[in-house]
Design a protein around this ligand. Structure first.
Ligand code: GAL
Length: 702
């Protein structure tokens, strides 16, 4: 049986594009029957030594299965340059092992010690205002600095040699949320030098760069690469060149991936194959492109659902978050290598939001169960103890400031870990993926290039590319459709539905691939701003969005946008929907059906949404973004119902349903209303009730 489960799991992962050996490794590290492991961060160096034993024992007593060490401990691991001290960490690892806890070991690059920045100031980043960032918080060193890399290489190699064959270490996290937080982009001399090298490799001659960047515009023309500066709006009277901006965004993401990859290679040279290597990106992954990190075993993320920005549903929605906003990173990060985990999950109230509300009682358990349903390999609570000093003083932990009493969030973790352990005892991994999920498998084509480019030249201050993608993702989730995020090189034929939201930069290869997908029977859904430019962000010397003509059978006459407080209307199936962000006025060709038209403005009755049959499939073009997104949802629903010949159930606000290995998991994110789950007659409830209270959880098999 075990063997069969392994084979099934490997096949699913191979199906998702992984090599056989990679799939085998993931199965070895995260056996399906283990479901989801839960652990917690601990910083031994931040607490008196005589408390470590008590803390680690209590941690295990609460039900945690692993802990996490060394993340910001560089000053303790290498107190003086070249002098390492692992004795304290050895003691902590011993205590973890004694209490049955595995350890995630973390490289300390996010918190360089004072001796490093004092002796090597060339390692420091410079922010957009030209201010050199200094020692005193964290992540102030440049991924591009050769010296910083050299010093990282030494500490990472020393740690890897020390712990790389230690069976008590489960795996490795590189750095922490690689980014520079508020400084975000690095404008240091080191970054500029590296950017110039990157440009040299990309363009090989300055003439080529001048051509692609269109530097004849405003006489920007460069004579040699050394003259190029990082485009920075703070030092330019008017907006920087958009092609330079796009390349700088691409460079920064590549530089970050290279920095993480560089640490990963050092680790891999020294550690056993039983240990895995990952990093943890912020769930909004600014300014990175996590898909560039495919050399990691898998990529994880950090999740803080309630920190002053959540809206959610019902009066207390700000204490819960919306299910789809919360689910997005699960699907996004899992899509990279077939597995993900939450490296940090909010423990309760935090300290760094615009305002920091208490989560609704039950919300922490709800987030854990959503992660569970979404297939997370593990969740690590951030953090065990509430800090008594330092920048995160008001940040809850699993225990109160007294260090021993479980916090409200800590209690919810305890309850959830117990419930998962009980589920485990009742659990038999399913042999096959439910056919209704296989048939509706959907890919969203996603690229950071498009997000960066479109956001930089938005045309309307209301436009937000990430928001546009997220809205489509939400619509799909509420139709209970399994979603993967894919890049252009993915095998589209694995999916029946392909959604391509606001995909502005295209080339012939992509257009041909999309055409093939639809011709072979796929349902292709393209949305506004599609194919406006080539990959260098240059407009076509042709009608607007020229590639649409053949693919979707429409011409774009022009596009329009309205003031913040004015709304236009689109008519579809006897109803009107309001828009004001973006509207393309379409001229469908013969054979292309008009699905929705503008109801007002001077282009009243012109097409807004079209559909064309091609080969065995269809191409739907949604040329408008409405505010409520109900129109887009109805269009999607229609495409799915027609293709699958069945009615699509639409989940009500707040309800989320996930499937993992034979278990269905429903979570109610509505903060004030109950939600009822429609169970089939075959359903066997393992946890909870079908009538879910706010923050309620239901687990069942079918
Ligand atoms: C995360 C960060 C952690 C910690 C946490 C506090 O973004 O990775 O190191 O600062 O926030 O909520």
């Amino acid at each position: 049986m075990k063997q069969l489960i392994k084979v099934c799991f490997c096949l699913i992962l191979i199906f998702s594009g992984l090599k056989f050996s990679e799939a085998q490794n993931l199965e070895k590290w995260f056996p399906k029957q283990d479901l989801m492991k839960v652990g917690v961060y601990y910083y031994p160096e931040q607490w008196p030594k005589n408390q470590w034993e008590r803390d680690i024992k209590n941690m295990a007593g609460m039900g945690f299965q692993f802990t996490h060490f060394a993340e910001f401990a560089w000053a303790y691991l290498e107190p003086e340059e070249g002098k390492y001290d692992f004795a304290w960490l050895d003691e902590a690892v011993d205590l973890a092992a004694k209490n049955g806890l595995k350890v995630i070991m973390c490289t300390p690059s996010a918190a360089p010690p004072i001796w490093l920045t004092e002796k090597y100031p060339e390692t420091l980043i410079t922010n957009v205002d030209g201010v050199v960032q200094q020692h005193g918080s964290r992540e102030h060193c440049s991924w591009s600095s050769p010296k910083y890399r050299e010093l990282n290489e030494k500490i990472v190699a020393a740690m890897a040699k020390k712990y790389g064959n230690d069976k008590r270490i489960w795996g490795w996290q590189i750095d922490n949320e690689p980014s520079h937080y508020a400084a975000e982009y690095d404008y240091s001399l080191a970054a500029r030098a590296s950017f110039i090298n990157w440009l040299k490799k990309k363009y090989t001659s300055i003439e080529k760069l001048n051509e692609i960047w269109g530097t004849s515009f405003w006489s920007i023309k460069y004579q040699n690469f050394e003259q190029v500066r990082i485009p920075n709006s703070k030092e330019l009277p008017q907006q920087p060149n958009p092609h330079a901006m796009l390349d700088f965004r691409r460079f920064t993401a590549a530089e970050c991936a290279d920095f993480v990859g560089f640490q990963s290679r050092i680790l891999k040279q020294n550690i056993s194959k039983d240990q895995w290597v990952t990093t943890n990106f912020m769930s909004n992954h600014t300014p990175n492109d996590p898909f560039l990190n495919k050399d990691l075993d898998f990529v994880t993320f950090t999740s803080y659902p309630v920190a002053g920005y959540a809206v959610g549903f019902g009066d207390n929605g700000f204490r819960v978050n919306s299910p789809t906003t919360n689910a997005f990173p699960h699907d996004y990060f899992r899509s990279i290598k077939g597995v993900t985990g939450i490296m940090e999950l909010q423990p309760g109230q935090v300290n760094w939001g615009r305002y920091n509300p208490q989560p609704l009682p039950g919300a922490v358990r709800l987030w854990l169960f959503q992660a569970f349903g979404a297939g997370s390999a593990f969740v690590c609570a951030y953090r065990y103890r509430q800090p008594l000093y330092g920048s995160e003083q008001y940040h809850y932990g699993m225990v109160n400031p007294d260090g021993v009493t479980p916090s409200p969030g800590g209690k919810e973790y305890m309850q959830t870990m117990k419930e998962i352990a009980e589920l485990k005892s009742k659990f038999k991994p399913a042999k096959e993926y439910p056919p209704q999920l296989t048939l509706s498998k959907t890919a969203i084509l996603y690229s950071k290039d498009n997000i960066w480019e479109t956001n930089y030249q938005r045309q309307s201050n209301q436009w937000n590319s990430q928001f546009h993608v997220t809205k489509y993702y939400e619509a799909l989730r509420t139709l209970k459709v399994p979603v993967d995020f894919v890049e252009e090189d993915a095998d589209f034929s694995k999916y029946s539905f392909l959604v391509v939201p606001a995909y502005q930069l295209v080339d012939e290869v992509l257009i041909a691939k999309l055409q093939k997908f639809a011709d072979k029977g796929g349902q292709l859904i393209l949305t506004c701003r599609f194919a406006q430019k080539d990959k260098n962000a240059k407009l076509w010397e042709a009608p607007f969005q020229a590639p649409l003509k053949k693919l979707a059978g429409v011409n774009v006459r022009f596009f329009d946008m309205l003031p913040d407080d004015k709304y236009g209307k689109v008519a579809f199936a006897g109803k009107n929907y309001e828009w004001n962000n973006w509207a393309e006025v379409l001229d469908p060709e013969e054979g292309t059906q008009t699905l929705a038209t503008y109801f007002d403005q001077y282009y009243k009755s012109s097409a807004a949404i079209s559909q064309k049959k091609t080969g065995k499939g269809t191409v739907t073009y949604i040329g408008v973004e409405t505010d409520g997104f109900k129109l887009e949802k109805s269009i999607l629903k229609g495409v799915y119902e027609k293709a699958l010949s069945r009615p699509m159930e639409e989940l009500p606000d707040g309800l989320d349903i996930n499937y993992r290995d034979g278990l269905w998991v429903a979570t109610n994110f509505h903060s004030t209303e109950n939600r009822k789950v429609n169970l089939s007659s075959k359903a066997k409830i393992l946890l909870g009730e079908a009538d879910l209270k706010p923050c309620g959880v239901l687990v069942w098999t079918e």
